[in-house]
Design a protein around this ligand. Structure first.
Ligand SMILES: Cc1ncc(C[n+]2csc(CCOP(=O)(O)OP(=O)(O)O)c2C)c(N)n1
Ligand SMILES: [Mg+2]
Length: 565
């Protein structure tokens, strides 16, 4: 047994055995026991997670989010008391919705300075206490929230939250660790072991056979997906199933990632409505909100939801009108379906006609998109389509795009090209998370260029200075491209749509849209980065190239692109 260690060591030891790579902390005065354990880890040159200090909670949560999104590996986030937890709660809520496993912890003091020989600091008595404990604040945005019961149970409590976070549906789990519990001596048990990762779960064979039979019998099957590409194996399995049966793949409006190669002949972009009348089988592959309003479903189709957790507890209302469910790991389910169909005599050759038909539809859609991009050639202003065209020309094929734009997001999804999984990530709802998620993405994918595409309003909502500081300090250069229309354009469009003949429309007197921002690119100079503002279409390509070079050379670039709307 190791002597002289306390609860701080128990926590870090649990992180080691949970295989956590990074402990991302927005500091607070409860954490000296954990810092002491990290100091011991450094001095002893022991293997273990790397500790990172971050200057804002949204950033800390976003970095963990972005890293896990790319690697699939759960990380730990340490926040401060109730206040830091509240500050980070928008990001934690985003992680819950995106099913990102995460251990989130903060502390409280239970002794209020009355324990002989230990003063936690009078701030805990004056300001920091939360009636009922900080877990009350976390409850609505995590899977499970509670207090570590005692020093003796602390290690296993941390292990347990880590294990829970990785069970389906994956998500953030919160543990409150009182200061006194962390300061209490801990006798490390001798037989501590690595914690197993959550096993994958697969559907029953008879359910797979039943769905395979539906696919085999369908005349006009379609696949709709939003999240299949989160997992490399599911991305690959989706291609194999689609190719075997000649089924087109359509990405839903809520697609959160790159789910299918853009150039694949079975990729039919995102127009679900054009298939609604004729499809007789809609396979919803990791697709939770395939059509809107929810009742606007394909009426003649059998609907099959294929997902590990098709019914999302974080949603207030959700119906897919599913006739069948295939539940379990998505990649495994798709692979089992393909194997069952192959076993029953299906082959690419047998469905070659259907594949050829969809190839020609795919070609038409691609041509239409290229034509829209080409039409920007002699434009006097910069449109989002021109920006996409330029990015397609200049950026390397392995670029990862992180998207925190609003009105431009559908244009980006339509026009940007990518082929590999993890080439695109949509930032979850709640403006301000883009920079953190982009930094976490870069932390996980240091060899790939990471480009954050962000609206000017969205940029304002981000903790820009802490993010730039972290980027410089941790050598995580980003390419930040601001799609600047100098307003909250979505608010103007919403107002106009609701009141087409209203006073605001006739007088051009809109509220809720005003920004009048500075040249945001200038903040790059604070960290020795490159800042460029571009107004003219003919300057765009060179500006993107210079920004890319800067980021590739280790200096974050901020490119402020003045758009025409
Ligand atoms: C934290 C938070 N506050 C407010 C909103 C409401 N909101 C949604 S979009 C938006 C405007 C974003 O502006 P910008 O990034 O410039 O995009 P544009 O509307 O110009 O496309 C706002 C304020 C939000 N989503 N999240
Ligand atoms: Mg804007």
């Amino acid at each position: 047994m190791e002597s002289n260690v306390d609860g701080g060591e128990a926590i870090v030891e649990a992180f080691r055995n949970l295989d956590i790579d990074y402990v991302i902390c927005s500091p607070g005065s409860e954490w000296p026991p954990v810092w002491e354990a990290f100091a011991r880890q450094s001095i002893g040159a022991r293997p273990g997670p790397k500790y990172l200090d971050v200057g804002h909670e949204i950033l800390a949560v976003g970095i963990a989010f972005g890293y896990t999104q790319v690697t699939g590996r759960m990380q730990a986030v340490l926040l401060h008391a109730g206040s830091g937890l509240l500050q980070g709660s928008m990001g934690i809520q985003g992680a819950r919705a995106a099913e990102i496993p995460m251990v989130v912890m903060s502390g409280e003091s239970l002794g209020y300075g009355e324990t002989k020989g230990f003063d936690p600091g009078n701030q805990w008595y004056r300001n920091l206490g939360v009636v009922g404990g900080p877990q009350r604040l976390a409850e609505p945005v995590v899977k499970w929230a509670s207090q570590a019961p005692s020093p003796e149970t602390l290690y296993q409590s941390v292990v347990r939250v880590g294990e829970m976070a990785q069970r389906t549906p994956q998500g953030p789990v919160y543990l409150n660790v009182p200061v006194e519990t962390m300061m209490h001596p801990w006798l490390r048990p001798e037989n501590l072991r690595k914690v197993p990762r959550a096993p994958k779960v697969q559907p029953l064979a008879q359910d797979v056979e039943r769905i395979a039979a539906l696919i085999a019998a369908a005349k006009y099957p379609i696949i709709i997906t939003e999240d299949a590409g989160r997992d490399d194996a599911a991305f690959a399995a989706l291609i194999e199933l689609a190719e075997l049966m000649g089924i087109p793949v359509i990405e839903g409006r809520a697609a959160s990632t790159a789910n299918f190669p853009k150039s694949h002949p079975l990729h039919l972009r995102s127009n679900i409505a054009s298939h609604s009348k004729n499809t007789d089988l809609a396979l919803l592959v990791a697709s939770r909100v395939p059509w809107y309003p929810p009742s606007n479903r394909p009426l003649n189709a059998t609907i099959v939801a294929i997902n590990d957790t098709p019914l999302k507890e974080h949603m207030v209302y959700q119906t897919m009108y599913a006739d069948h469910y295939l539940e379990g790991d998505v990649g495994t389910s798709l692979q089992l379906l393909r194997e069952a169909l192959q076993h029953n005599g299906h082959s690419k050759a047998r469905h070659a006609d259907r594949s050829a038909h969809w190839r020609s539809e795919h070609d038409k859609l691609v041509q239409a998109a290229r034509a829209t991009e080409a039409a920007t050639s002699d434009s006097k202003t910069i449109s989002a389509a021109l920006l996409c065209r330029t990015l397609n020309e200049v950026m390397p094929a392995d670029t990862v795009y992180v998207d925190e734009t609003i009105v431009h997001s559908p244009i980006l999804r339509e026009h940007l090209t990518w082929e590999k999984p993890h080439s695109y990530f949509r930032v979850p709802s709640g403006l301000g998370q883009g920079l953190g998620i982009a930094l976490g993405t870069k932390l996980a994918a240091r060899n790939r260029p990471v480009a954050l595409l962000i609206g000017d309003g969205s940029f304002l909502y981000n903790p820009v200075l802490p993010a730039l500081t972290f980027s410089k300090d941790q050598d995580l250069p980003l390419l930040i491209i601001i799609l600047n229309n100098n307003n909250y354009e979505v608010m103007r469009r919403t107002h106009l749509e609701w009141y087409p003949a209203g006073v605001a429309a006739s007088e051009k007197l809109f509220h809720g849209v005003h920004i009048n921002g500075p040249d945001y690119s200038m903040v790059a100079s604070l960290i020795g980065g490159l800042g460029l503002r571009v107004d003219q279409p003919h300057d765009l390509s060179a500006a993107v190239s210079r920004s890319l070079q800067s980021a590739q050379g280790g200096r974050t670039a901020i490119l402020n692109v003045m758009l025409d709307g």
